[in-house]
Structure formats: C-alpha cells, structure tokens
Design a protein around this ligand. Structure first.
Ligand code: ADP
Length: 921
C-alpha cells in the first residue's frame, strides 16, 4: 500500500537511529545530487535538504531549522566568493566550460529524477487518501454496529430480548462472554481462597519456626543440664550412697524430660506432614486453575508464593529432623552414661562401704524379708535370723542385696537364706502403730513425733517399723518403693474376718506398712484423716489389723508403741487377745499426746475389734471415770507397760485438772507414767537446707532470714517499706486449746504496736473457722495483717523463716512443736507458760534463771493483759535493742531441739521394759 509505505518511511525514519537515515530515504538512497553553485535559492534549498541526512552524521540536528538557515547562508556566500574569483580572472577556459556543461547536464538529470520522485509522491498521496477514506467508512460501520450491540446489551440486561435478537450472533457472543465472565469470577474467587490458604500456611510455618526456636532453646538448656549432671556424676565417687542415688534419680528425671521433648518434636513433625499434604493439595488446585486458563499473572504469583512457603517448610522440616537426631543421640549417650554410673557406683559401694549403709536400704531389706515371710516364701526362723542380720547391718546381707539389684527377687531370697545365721543384738525391735506420720499423713504434732522419734531410734541402731492406715488422702508421693504385698492379711472385726491389702514402702528412710482394709465401710477412703462419725470403729479396726500383721509376720518385737486414742486399743488387744495366742514377747508403750482426746464409746462397741466387753467394762480397767462409757485411753494406761506423755510439765498437769478425768487413773499407774519432751526432726526443720525457703540461712548468716521475710511479704502482699518492721507469726490448729481468743487479741495487739501479723491455721470447729474468716475479711485490705485459713506445709516453712516473733498463747499445750521450730528458724517465741511450752521457752527477762537458757517471752495467765505485756516486752527489745535481739535470735537458732536426747530417754525405758520381759520369759 503506497500510503502505508510513505507513512512507513517517515515512521521508520523517526524510529531508526539517525546515522541510518540517509540509507532509509528513497530520495537519498538512489540518487546522488551534484553541486550546482549557480542555481536558485529554491534549488539550493532542495539540495541542502537532500544533503541533510549525510550531515547528520556530524552530530548536527538535521531537523533543526536554525542550522539549516545558517548552512544555506554559508552556501550562498561560497557561491559568491567563487563568482568573484571567476570574475576577477582572465575569462572562462575550455576546461572550465566542459565542467560547466557537465554540471548543467547533471543538474538536468537531477531535475528529471526529482520530477519522477515528485510524481511518485503524488501517486502515493493519492493512494493514502483513498485508503484513509476506506478506513473511515469501516470505522463508521463499526461504530454503528457498536451502538447497535450496546442497545442490544442494554435490552438483554433488562431481560427484554425478543426472539429475533436472541437468535442474533451478537447475543450468542454476549452469552459466551457472560459465561466467560462468570468463569472468570469463579476463578478469581477460587484464587482468593487459595491465597487465604497460602497465608494460613505461611502463618503455620511461622508458628512452626517459633516452636522450633523454643525447642532449640530447651535443647540447649537440656544440654547444659546434661553437662552439669555429667560433671556431678564425676564427683560422685567419694560421696555417700544416698547422694549417689539422688543423682541417679535426677539423671532419670532429665532423661524423662528429654524423651518428652523428643515426643514433642515428633508431634511437630506430624504437624509438618499435615502441612505438606496441604501444600500438595494447594499445588494441585493451582495446576487445575492454570488449565482453566485464567489470569496467568495471578497463577504465577500464587505459584511463587507456594514455592517459597514450600522452601521454608522444607528447611523447617530439615532442621526438625536434625534436632530429633540430636535428641536421640543425646538420649543414647544419656543411657550409656547412666548405666556406667550405676555400674561404677554399685562396684564402689560394694568395695568401699564400711557398715555406713543408708537406713533407706536397710529398711528396704527388712521390708523384703517381712514380705517373703507374709507371702509364706520363707520360714519364721529364717525370717527372724535374716531380720537380725539386717538389724545388725550385716555387710554380707548388704553385698548380696546390691549384687542382685535388677534381678528377680527370688535370687536375692536364695542368697539371703543361704547366709541366714543365728545372732544376738543389743538393739531393740520397735513397732510404732499410729494414725499419723509426717510427711505422708500429717494433721498435727503427732505426725512429727512418729517420724522424728522413729528416725532417732533407728539412728541409735534399733530396728524400727511403723504401721499406718492407708488413707486415700495421704501423700503417697512421699513414700519410696511403695508396693502391695502379694498376700491379703485377714483380720477379725464384728464377728467376721476381713481381708486387708498390705502395702510397704519407706518414708524418710523408715520401713512403713500401710494397711488397706477391704471392708465394705471403706474405713480409710473418706478423704480426711479424722472427724468421721465412725472414727471409733475405723481405728479399732485398724488397731486389730495392725496387731494381726505383727502376729502373722512372726516377728519377735520388743516394743509395740501405740499413740493416742486411735491406736490405744492395741494395749488391751495385745494382752487380752494376742498374748493368749503366744504372741507375748513384746512390751507395750502408750504415749498420750493430748489428754483432751480420749476415745470414748458405749461399752458394747469394744466388742467390734474382739475385746471382751464384760471383762473390760470395769472401773479399774476401761470404764470411763465419770460416765458409763468405756474410755480407750484409760484402757491403754491400764494395759500398757509404759505410759508416757509429751513433756514433763504436761505429765504433772495431767495428774490433776489437765488429766480430763483420767488423773486418778494416772495416779494409780504413776510408776509406769512419765513425761518426755518431744524433739523436732532437725532434718525436716533446718533453715540451712530447707527447700521451701527462698534463701537458706543459718545463725551466722541472718541475711537469708531477711530475704525470706521480704519474699513472704511480697507473696502475701504485705507492706514492705520498712524491712525492720517486726513480723509476728502463728501456725496452729484453731481449737480452744490453742487460746483462740488470745490469738485474736495478738492480731490486734500487733497492729497496735506497729508490727505485721501472719496467721496460718484452720479449724475443725465451724464457729471458730467462721470467726477467723470474719477477721480475715476485716483485715483483707490491711497491708500489715494476713490470715491464711488452711493447712499448707510449704507456707508454714516460709512463715517460720520470715517471722521475727512467734505467738503460742495456748490454754494448755502437751508439748507444742511450733515454738521449737520457730526458734530453729530464728523466730523468738512469745508463749503462755503451760505444758511443753513451759519446758522449752524461758523468759528473756526472768533473772531467776540463767541467762544462757533464756530464749523467749512468756506469760502465765491466759488473759489479754498477760499476752499484751509479753508482746510489748518483745517489741521493745526488738526495736530498741537490735543487737541484743540479734544475739537472742542466734542463740535460739543454736538450741538443740533434736530428738537425740528425748530418743535416749525412750530408749532407756524401752530397754528396761524389754529386760523385764526377757527375765519373765
Ligand atoms: P498440735 O499437735 O496440737 O497440732 P503441735 O505444735 O504439737 O500442735 O504441732 C503442730 C504441727 O502442725 C507443726 O508441725 C505445725 O507446723 C503444723 N501445723 C499446724 N497447723 C498448720 C497449718 N495450718 N499448716 C501447716 N502446718 C501446720
């Protein structure tokens, strides 16, 4: 098309680089113009225009008009100069003439060529015009069709198609378009959902990465703990077996933790697999989307996103795998180290022990022997001989036991029996039958006494066992190696025999039996220790079953020690029932921890446990001194060989008023009755090792005590602006015996004196509990007083450590342990002079007693004035003489309240009773 080519030339000329312009121009390309100096200005212009492309190579703009004018002017001036030169010459030569003719001819040719070009250009212009017209027509047609289509679309949109229009190709086209539009919409929706999914996947990956980071951190922690544990194990060599055992247990815990971490990592991996599935599905949908050919860009974008998500996922997965490998590796290493450790330690314990075996192990051995006997696997004789060996801590028994660790029990038994030898011992075999024992079953001081005294006796070389009911609410996590014997013990109750499951385990290194009656009344499945309507029945059942256990195990026990009314049945049962069966080697010791609780019931109830009512319901036996019921504590006083109470002062007190009706009985039996002051378990109550404390401390470093005070204040939300503001503590059962009205007074008095008060206690008496709840509410917004009305062992430790003074304003107090514990923790006691308080606290200002023993503040009368005055003296000393106070605190902390002395007294009376028994045999 001419028009197209002409337009095309210009377009090409404009588009091409300027250097190529000359070649592209049809004029310049085919025809070289000659110079014609004497031509019209028009011609010169034409030539100049024709030369423009060539000049463009010099860099000047060929289209620049100003430059053209300059150049034309230059050309004219050159012609003029030449003219001048010629005119100034001698006329025209032949040669010059020839030149001139040639030039003229050339010019003529050029003119011809130019003419041809002009004609061609005219033709082209003609064609262009025609084509333009044709196009214009087409556009007009298209515009008309477009407006028609628009109208049809409008109609169709309004749903007013007529059949004619419906059939038209445009409508069909429209339908197709509509359909495509719909598809497109759907596809876009689909893509949107996919985009959301991708975003979610991204989120999961981020979560995963976070989890991995956490896992990483815990792995590092585990590694460092592992290294620390390894370092510890290296130091194990010279240590005691107990420490070694602790370490092994710690390692085992660590191992368990590691295993948990691996499990967690595996879970994350599973999650990863789910994620992988999701990604696969996403990709498949995207492929489908590509096939349904919608926006390529969108699909590309999505695919890129998925790819990046997938890459991150792969990276995450990879790291997770390598972490798990690492874990697995460390677990294997762990196992190897542990086995080596166990092996080495066992070797060492066999090689190096010189009779310094921990009580825990001897207790386990003696429980093992008893178990075999009860399971009828060994004879009485063998059991007795082996017990004797265990009791004497015979090294052969220990070696045999250790060499068989991890093997079947039968193997240990064979080895033991082979070495069973008869022997003698100066030690005693003592069995405590009790309703409480710390820390497995603690309500009050009785629990502390059982474990404290038993431990002290065990340390002195006696074989000590404890028999307890198996309560559902007891702290079984405090029992080591708890297991049920493969035998049911039968015991008598209410005319029938009942099975009892016997559990064994060690508590604080002591061998303990737990009796679980299979009685329909579920005696010890009551979610509490005491306070049931059938307590008399429950504990008479237990007393009988406990004796049955001792009897059936064929033990030659020297002392059966029963405590309080709950196990007081043991004394008459032993002498009236079991002694008749030949089980009579033992002597009975009964300790009454509190004469307030005596266990009375209608006489006939005694028959439940097999006691002879007629025989016992007599004033000199078990009938209560003031009413017609029977009294179990009275029965124990009458039937025991030794009767004790828990402090010398209380022993005196109960011989009069304090005896609660039993004073006459005690007088009759006074030869076998004495008071021995309780001790405290100095392992449990030790501020320098107490794991409940924020900071451990001792008498020489009271900084730790201050830190515990600050911690408790923070914990209980008490004011802490003045570190030296005195803190008064009180931990008690809230019963009338403890002087509840005086405790209440002490709270208000402390507030008046500018101190802080913390009470930890609970009451079995509803109106007292309610009263104290009222006081607690009253002070709830006071930042100097806090009442915590519950039982909380851990908190009790913190209060002892944090307090500066400790209140025990009891009306009567058989012994009282809290004042002793308080002193051990550097809290100065303020107590009423009664019972064991009188035997353990000596007034700081009382000049009639030696200064060295003065350790607290006391008052005599159970009234508010007495207490107020003692508190004022204590506060005075604390605030005005801080140095004196500090010395008092240090002195209190160093007093020996251990069971050592008291256990020696028990040992002494046991020995004498046992000697009498041997003499009588
Ligand atoms: P009792 O035996 O008459 O209750 P003791 O002074 O002989 O009194 O012994 C009380 C024992 O019980 C102490 O060990 C004391 O710390 C603990 N105790 C008392 N009340 C609570 C309580 N609410 N929370 C924790 N321990 C308590």
């Amino acid at each position: 098309m001419a028009c197209a080519s002409a337009a095309g030339v210009e377009a090409t000329a404009l588009l091409l680089p300027r250097a190529r312009l000359a070649a592209a121009s049809p004029v310049a390309a085919g025809h070289r113009l000659s110079l014609t100096p004497r031509r019209t200005r028009q011609r010169t212009s034409l030539r100049t225009a024709a030369q423009r492309p060539q000049k463009s190579t010099t860099g000047a703009d060929p289209l620049n008009g100003a430059n053209n004018v300059q150049r034309e002017e230059a050309a004219v001036s050159t012609d003029k100069e030449r003219q001048k030169k010629y005119d100034d010459g001698d006329g025209i030569s032949n040669l010059q003439l020839e030149d001139l003719v040639g030039m003229i001819q050339n010019t003529e040719k050029n003119i011809l060529l130019l003419n041809q070009a002009r004609l061609q250009a005219l033709e082209h212009a003609d064609k262009i015009l025609k084509e333009k017209e044709a196009l214009q027509r087409k556009i007009t047609i298209l515009e008309t069709r477009l407006s028609e289509t628009d109208a049809q679309l409008k109609l169709s949109a309004e749903g007013n198609f007529d059949t004619e229009i419906n059939d038209s190709p445009l409508v069909l086209e429209f339908d197709v378009l509509k359909e495509e539009n719909m598809l497109l919409k759907e596809d876009i929706e689909f893509l949107k959902t996919k985009l959301i999914e991708v975003a979610e996947t991204e989120e999961s990956i981020l979560k995963l990465e976070k989890e991995r980071a956490l896992l990483d951190a815990s792995l590092r922690e585990l590694e460092s703990r592992f290294i620390a544990a390894q370092a510890d194990t290296l130091k194990l060599g010279p240590r005691k077996y107990d420490t070694w055992w602790d370490k092994v247990e710690k390692l085992e815990d660590l191992l368990e933790n590691t295993a948990n971490q691996v499990e967690h990592a595996a879970m994350i991996l599973d999650h990863n697999h789910d994620l992988q599935d999701k990604l696969d599905k996403l990709q498949a949908s995207l492929r489908a989307a590509t096939i349904s050919k919608f926006s390529c860009d969108l699909v590309d974008l999505l695919q890129q996103k998925v790819k990046s998500v997938e890459e991150r996922f792969q990276a995450c997965n990879h790291e997770m795998h390598s972490q798990i490998e690492l874990y697995e590796h460390s677990i294997v290493e762990f196992h190897e180290t542990l086995s080596k450790l166990i092996e080495e330690s066992e070797k060492r314990s066999l090689e190096n022990f010189t009779g310094n075996m921990p009580s825990e192990l001897w207790s386990r051995i003696s429980l093992l022997i008893d178990g075999w006997l009860l399971e009828k696997k060994i004879s009485y004789n063998d059991a007795n001989m082996l017990r004797e060996m265990a009791w004497k801590r015979d090294s052969r028994l220990r070696e045999a036991y250790l060499s068989c660790r991890g093997t079947e029990n039968g193997e240990v038994m064979d080895k033991f029996i082979k070495m069973a030898l008869p022997g003698t011992s100066s030690g005693l075999h003592i069995a405590h039958i009790a309703a409480e024992m710390a820390p497995v079953a603690k309500v009050g001081g009785l629990a502390d006494v059982i474990s404290g005294l038993a431990k002290a006796l065990q340390k002195k070389g006696h074989l000590v066992e404890i028999i307890l009911p198996k309560y559902d609410c007891m702290q079984l996590d405090q029992v080591n190696n708890l297991k049920a014997l493969d035998v049911l013990l039968q015991s008598y109750f209410e005319g029938s025999m009942f099975n009892n499951k016997i559990w064994t385990g060690t508590v604080e290194g002591l061998p303990v039996y737990f009796i679980e009656p299979q009685h329909p009344s579920k005696f010890f499945w009551r979610a509490q220790y005491y306070g049931e309507h059938d307590d008399f029945k429950r504990f008479s059942y237990f007393s009988r079953a406990a004796l049955e256990l001792l009897y059936q195990s064929g033990k030659k026990v020297d002392i059966i020690h029963c405590h309080d009314w709950q196990t007081a049945f043991v004394a008459p049962l032993y002498w009236d029932v079991y002694a008749n069966l030949g089980f009579n080697s033992a002597r009975i010791c009964f300790t009454c921890h509190n004469f307030e609780y005596q266990g009375t019931a209608p006489a006939r109830d005694l028959a439940w446990c097999g006691l002879d009512v007629e025989h016992l319901d007599r004033p000199d036996r078990m009938r209560d001194n003031s009413h017609g019921r029977i009294n179990v504590v009275k029965g124990a006083i009458v039937y025991s060989n030794i009767v004790t109470t828990v402090s010398p002062t209380y022993a005196l007190e109960v011989r009069s008023e304090g005896g609660r009706g039993l004073q006459d009985t005690l007088k009759v039996h006074s030869r076998k009755f004495l008071g021995i002051l309780n001790g405290i378990d100095t392992d449990t109550w030790n501020p320098s090792t107490d794991r409940y404390l924020k900071v451990q401390y001792n008498a020489n470093d009271l900084q730790g005590k201050a830190a515990n005070k600050a911690a408790l204040r923070k914990q209980l939300n008490l004011a802490s602006a003045y570190p030296s503001q005195p803190l008064v503590g009180c931990i008690t059962r809230l019963v009338p015996q403890k002087g509840v009205h005086l405790i209440r007074h002490a709270i208000y008095k402390t507030a008046e004196l500018g101190g802080q008060f913390v009470l930890l206690g609970s009451s079995p008496v509803p109106h007292i509990q309610k009263e104290f709840e009222g006081i607690a509410d009253h002070f709830q917004n006071n930042n100097n007083i806090r009442l915590i009305l519950k039982y909380d062992d851990a908190l009790s430790h913190c209060i002892y450590a944090a307090s500066d003074m400790f209140i025990v304003p009891s009306i009567f107090e058989p012994c009282g342990l809290t004042q002793m514990i308080a002193m051990r923790y550097g809290s100065v006691p303020i107590v009423r002079k009664t019972g064991g308080l009188n035997d353990s606290v000596f007034d700081f200002d009382d000049e009639t007693i030696p200064i060295e023993v003065r350790n607290g503040f006391t008052f005599v009368k159970a009234d508010e004035q007495g207490l107020s005055s003692a508190m004022e003296r204590a506060f005075n000393c604390y605030t005005r003489k801080p140095e004196v106070w500090k010395q008092l605190v240090q002195k209190d902390m160093m007093i020996d309240f251990s069971w050592d002395t008291s256990a020696s007294q028990y040992e002494d009376i046991y020995q004498r009773a046992a000697a009498r028994a041997r003499a009588a045999a």
